[in-house]
Design a binder for this molecule. Structure first.
Ligand code: DLL
Length: 460
């Protein structure tokens, strides 16, 4: 089927695709395309971004030294601190008059990192979101409930333009006001929904509370990302909403959402937009590439961006890449679900723990609602890890609200044992009443680190 005005068609025996010629390109052809775009990018940043000229000069590299795709490894890395140091517009490669949009990411401390887009950048981004929505099972005839936050965050407005570009109808509800979200879902019956998985879970629970059954909400697919989530969380959301849930990845520094997306057919790794970015996975300590399938830090080079073409941006995200063909027919490389961030990794008594590993264990426990928060403490000189979880309302009722009951004690012991087996560290599990873990409307705060406060308090 060919949708009017949209580059979407069905390929035989395969999936619906938005840009089939790109999505099924041979590796050889893809690398040719990447190389020509990379050469252009290096030339542009060398001539227009003093920061990069200086870095390239320091390394003795000229744009003409980029001759093969492997030469990307000759280029300098860019890190978040570089964006902060060049705040706000120091890394832009075009004059201010060509910028049509500015986004940012809030970060935990200080000023946001600022990113800019030209008109072409926005067109490319919208195309990639349109491609992502189709990959996730969407079509131009859909209504798409967009519960990503609108504002400096790239989620809301990024999806907004892409869904419109596809020709589908976007409901720009943003995050928050869950009652209204549920009313609109019930009334409009959107086929697609987007939002952070932690917030979508709130919406799903609200629907449940109001007695709106999964088969009556109209939803068929969801596109969730912007924070790490686990397979268990996926199953949970899919069941509650009666949909297929796809993982979408992206970061404002290189564009926003749409850098990678799972396909509806396989839900097995995120198809990467290799025509716009070059992806590497490196060992964060040695900075050397790791083999396909091996975990490391994802590094992204922008090859079509005009306003902010970052070279070898170290995302801090831990994942792996496979280049095996997917059963949906696409040939693009796929990345595994992000396991966590290098800076999110909790090091407890020398053991590395990712919040997603803890999530996986907790969500296996039927007695718990799918909400949790990790708290880090100091006990004497030792780090201590506490996980706060809550019982489901029905379990809470069945024990008559007695959190000291033998059943709760037994459950706590069992979960602590399972967590220790899975994560190799001792975890103190605090089982709480329903609705006691903070709910998110955007990215969930999974880890609260009290260790610094405690040290500061002691010094005071
Ligand atoms: O979170 C862009 C986005 C919006 C992606 C909507 C997906 C959906 P930032 O606010 O700059 O941009 O945060 C980027 O979020 O480096 C990852 O650590 C994390 N992240 C994004 N997507 C995923 C995901 C947006 N699917 C940072 N799984 C990234 C795990 C994710 N982490």
């Amino acid at each position: 089927m060919l949708y009017k005005g949209v580059n979407t068609l069905k390929i035989k025996g395969g999936a619906m695709m938005y840009s089939p010629e790109i999505e099924t390109l041979s590796r050889e052809k893809m690398q040719e395309l990447q190389l020509s775009r990379l050469k252009g990018t290096v030339e542009r940043v060398y001539n227009n971004v003093p920061f990069y000229k200086e870095k390239l000069d320091e390394l003795g590299i000229k744009p003409s030294d980029i001759k093969t795709i492997e030469d990307v490894r000759k280029l300098p890395f860019t890190v978040k601190k570089d964006l902060r140091d060049q705040y706000p517009f120091g890394l832009f490669a075009v004059p201010q008059k060509d910028i049509v949009r500015i986004h940012g990411s809030s970060g935990t401390s200080g000023k946001p990192t600022v990113v800019g887009y030209t008109k072409n950048d926005i067109e490319n981004w919208s195309d990639l979101i349109a491609r992502a929505v189709v990959t996730a099972g969407g079509s131009p005839e859909d209504i798409f409930h967009n519960a990503y936050g609108y504002g400096l965050f790239t989620g809301g407005i990024g999806f907004h333009h892409g869904v419109e570009k596809l020709g589908a109808a976007v409901v720009p509800i943003s995050g928050g006001n869950t009652d209204r979200q549920v009313t609109l879902i019930n009334d409009f019956k959107p086929r697609g929904i987007g939002g952070t998985p932690s917030y979508i879970l709130n919406i799903a629970e609200k629907l449940e509370e109001l007695g709106i059954a999964p088969e009556d909400n109209g939803l068929e697919y969801g596109i969730f990302g912007a924070e790490p989530w686990s397979e268990e969380m996926r199953k949970n959301i899919e069941k509650k909403l009666g949909i297929k849930a796809m993982d979408v990845y992206g970061l404002s520094e290189v564009m926003g959402p749409g850098v990678g997306i799972e396909c509806y057919e396989a839900q097995d790794g995120l198809h990467l937009a290799e025509d716009h970015f070059i992806f590497e996975v490196i060992n964060p300590d040695t900075l050397q590439p790791v083999a396909d399938g091996e975990d490391g830090e994802l590094v992204i080079t922008c090859i079509t961006k005009e306003a902010l073409p970052l070279l070898r941006y170290r995302t801090g995200d831990i994942t792996s890449i496979t280049r095996e063909k997917c059963k949906c027919g696409r040939t693009t490389a796929r990345m595994a679900r992000v396991k966590g961030r290098t800076d999110d990794m909790i090091i407890i008594r020398g053991v590395n723990v990712f919040p997603s590993e803890i999530e996986r264990e907790l969500l296996k426990v039927n007695e718990f609602a799918p909400y949790y928060q990790i708290h880090l403490w100091k006990k004497g000189n030792m780090d201590a890890l506490e996980v706060r979880v809550e019982l489901t309302p029905s379990i809470y009722q069945s024990i008559e609200g007695n959190l000291e009951s033998d059943a709760v004690k037994k459950l706590k012991k069992q979960v602590q044992h399972d967590l220790k087996n899975a994560c190799l560290v001792s975890v103190e599990v605090t089982i709480q009443q329903p609705l006691s873990v903070p709910r998110s409307e955007g990215k969930a705060v999974r880890v609260v680190d009290h260790r610094k406060e405690l040290v500061e308090e002691a010094v005071r």
